[in-house]
Design a protein around this ligand. Structure first.
Ligand SMILES: [Ca+2]
Length: 622
């Protein structure tokens, strides 16, 4: 059994001959067919050919006729795209790629007109793949993770979604304004910074839609966005700043509080593990299986099923001190006091010296320990992977205008003052505005999701965003257009011990196209032969799946919805970052990014802000 795309064919949209019974019906049918054939030919002259055989759609999706191109692929290179966005668009290539062509990590399921180009005034690259036949009038833009810098069309958690798997959807992506540059040095160019912040995805949507409109001589009926990690931030940026761009948006593990995420959250995972006296790492990766086993022993069964996955990390009260070494105990089988303290710190998250939280509690959920090897090194000499995420921010991205290229990891201090110095950058880099009323009013649908074993980004930050959406917009209204799913045993954007194969895009499309509210999403563990060895329903937050007590615990059918206590502690120093109307709008001028607008978080802020709001105040060292 594979997970969930509801991928059954629907009846073709043409008059089905099979339904006609008897001679009279057959004659009527032939007459109708003649009339329709003539009509279709006329329509094709004006717009595009209609192919009834391509009109099948996945269950819950609108049954849309397939549309043929109205021009050749090569002619796309000559399109006049003046005015479709605020920069110059240049098409650099437009070629037909046959089905089976491998592009990045995607094998094209159907022939595509592959369009590549640039969008000025910066150096944004985009790629748009247009089905050369069978296009069912949908457009999907896919996000890009990390600091982006690469062009890759890749839809997260959509592997069983029919319009994607059969190649009947137009898809595009952008490199977010620069190529490569994981060190962050690209941010020296304010045009690149702006493209990465929020502009490139919007411009790509504008340009892609314009090309679709010309190529098929009609607009896409539905437009979607699907992204994870920074792609999740890009997804929320679109919902917040450009609510008209997409009908449905899937945001996975969003890095939407980007500055806090990459500065204090990732920085903490490394800094909390470095002995200040020796400079060496304290907790090493060899101890992670020991810690994970103890967490499972304490908390696996809280969810009712002892299966190696902690489904309810919020209810887990694991105490690392239970692993402290007894007198004479072999060190490999227990933790020193210093190691146990590091485990607690990595779980709880960043604080200042007085205990004030610099990120939401919890930073990494219980159950995720095996994934901590991302930043818990194998030897006491390191390195910690977390530092790689922090340095581009310490040197380039934490400053409104300006840099500190001499910064070292040791310069990162976990103080409230330093936290506040980074805040102005969030005016354009964060996507934490919980007020999505414009998106909701235009009929937009949002599907948020996060893996509970995420080692990069805390699920609590997504819970916080969703909670603030409800605080600002009202619970009932949010429920009418936005859902959050937390996947037990799933690491960052996939992987992990639990059922980690699922499809978020099909329920999103069904919601947008037929109004079918998403219920549970069935996630699977799929073995190397492609067989599902375990299936589980995941219900919209805060509901959870509960085992009925009979039947296999590996079968989703034996689980029902249960209400969970949704209270989580979201009290931290930057809670007010999740408030409406803070967004500034920026322009690149010379070497500077000049921004206007935004309310400096005044509508929600509880903590006095100790910077004067001037945009140059965050220059210099943290
Ligand atoms: Ca369990």
């Amino acid at each position: 059994m594979r997970a969930i795309c509801n991928a059954g064919p629907l009846a073709p949209s043409s008059p089905a001959a099979a339904r006609a019974g008897g001679l009279a019906a057959l004659i009527r049918h032939r007459l109708m067919r003649h009339v329709l054939t003539t009509f279709a030919a006329l329509v094709s002259l004006l717009t595009a050919l209609v192919f009834p055989s391509g009109a099948q759609a996945a269950s819950g999706l609108a049954s849309l006729p397939a549309v043929m191109p109205a021009m050749t692929c090569a002619a796309v290179a000559s399109l006049d795209l003046t005015g479709v966005t605020d920069g110059t668009v240049t098409i650099t290539s437009a070629v037909v790629l046959p089905a089976g062509t491998v592009v990045g990590n995607r094998t094209l399921p159907a022939a595509m007109c592959d369009v590549k180009g640039t969008i000025g005034p910066g150096a944004s690259l985009f790629e748009l793949q247009l089905p050369t036949q069978g296009w069912t009038q949908r457009y999907l833009q896919t996000g890009c993770g990390g600091l982006c810098g690469n062009l890759s069309i890749n839809a997260p958690m959509a592997s069983t979604c029919v319009p994607v798997t059969n190649g009947q959807i137009a898809m595009s992506a952008t490199d977010m304004g620069h190529e490569g540059g994981n060190d962050g040095s690209w941010a020296l160019d304010p045009k690149a910074k702006l493209d990465f912040a929020y502009r490139a995805e919007h411009a790509t949507a504008q340009v892609s839609k314009a090309i679709i409109n010309k190529f098929y001589a009609r607009p896409a009926k539905y437009a979607y966005f699907d992204g994870c990690s920074d792609g999740g931030r890009e997804a929320l940026m679109e919902a917040q700043r450009f609510p008209d761009d997409f009908d449905g948006i899937a945001a996975g593990a969003p890095a939407n509080d980007l500055i806090v995420q990459n500065t204090f959250h990732h920085g903490w995972a490394a800094a909390a593990n470095i002995d200040p006296k020796t400079g060496k790492y304290i907790l090493l990766a060899g101890k992670l299986p020991l810690i994970h086993a103890a967490v499972l022993k304490a908390c696996d069964s809280i969810d009712g099923v002892t299966d190696g996955v902690v489904d309810r990390p919020q209810a887990c009260r694991f105490d690392p001190s239970t692993l402290l070494c007894a007198q004479g105990q072999a060190a490999a089988t227990c933790l020193s006091a210093a190691e146990a303290a590091v485990v607690r710190k990595i779980h709880d998250g960043a604080t200042d010296a007085g205990g004030a939280r610099l990120e939401p509690y919890v930073s990494r959920e219980w159950g995720s320990e095996l994934n901590w090897s991302l930043f818990v090194p194998a030897t006491d000499a390191g390195p910690s992977g977390s530092i790689n995420f922090v340095m581009p921010f310490l040197q380039y991205l934490d400053y409104f205008n300006g840099t500190n290229t001499a910064a070292t990891f040791g310069d990162l201090k976990f103080t409230i003052d330093n936290f506040l110095k980074t805040v102005p950058v969030s005016k354009y880099l964060a996507a934490t505005d919980p007020d999505l009323q414009p998106f909701e009013r235009r009929g937009g649908k949002l599907l948020l999701w996060h893996g509970l074993e995420d080692q990069h980004i805390s699920p609590r930050s997504t819970i916080e965003y969703y909670t603030q959406m409800k605080n600002v917009m009202g619970s009932e209204r949010v429920d009418s257009f936005a859902k959050l799913y937390l996947f037990p045993g799933v690491a960052h954007c996939g992987g992990g011990d639990g059922p980690n194969t699922f499809d978020v895009l099909t329920p999103l499309m069904s919601w947008a196209e037929s109004g079918a509210k998403p219920g549970n999403i069935v996630a699977s563990i799929v073995d190397s032969t492609g067989q599902a060895t375990r299936t589980r329903p995941v219900f919209p937050y805060p509901a959870v799946a509960r085992y009925t007590g009979s039947g296999s615990t590996d079968d989703a059918a034996n689980f029902v919805l249960a209400q969970e206590d949704a209270r989580v502690d979201l009290n931290w120093i930057g809670e007010w970052l999740y408030s409406p109307g803070y967004e500034a709008w920026c322009q690149a001028q010379g070497s500077q990014l000049n921004c206007t607008g935004g309310n400096n978080w005044s509508s929600y802020r509880k903590t006095p802000v100790r910077w004067d709001g001037g945009e140059g105040q965050s220059n210099g060292r943290l």
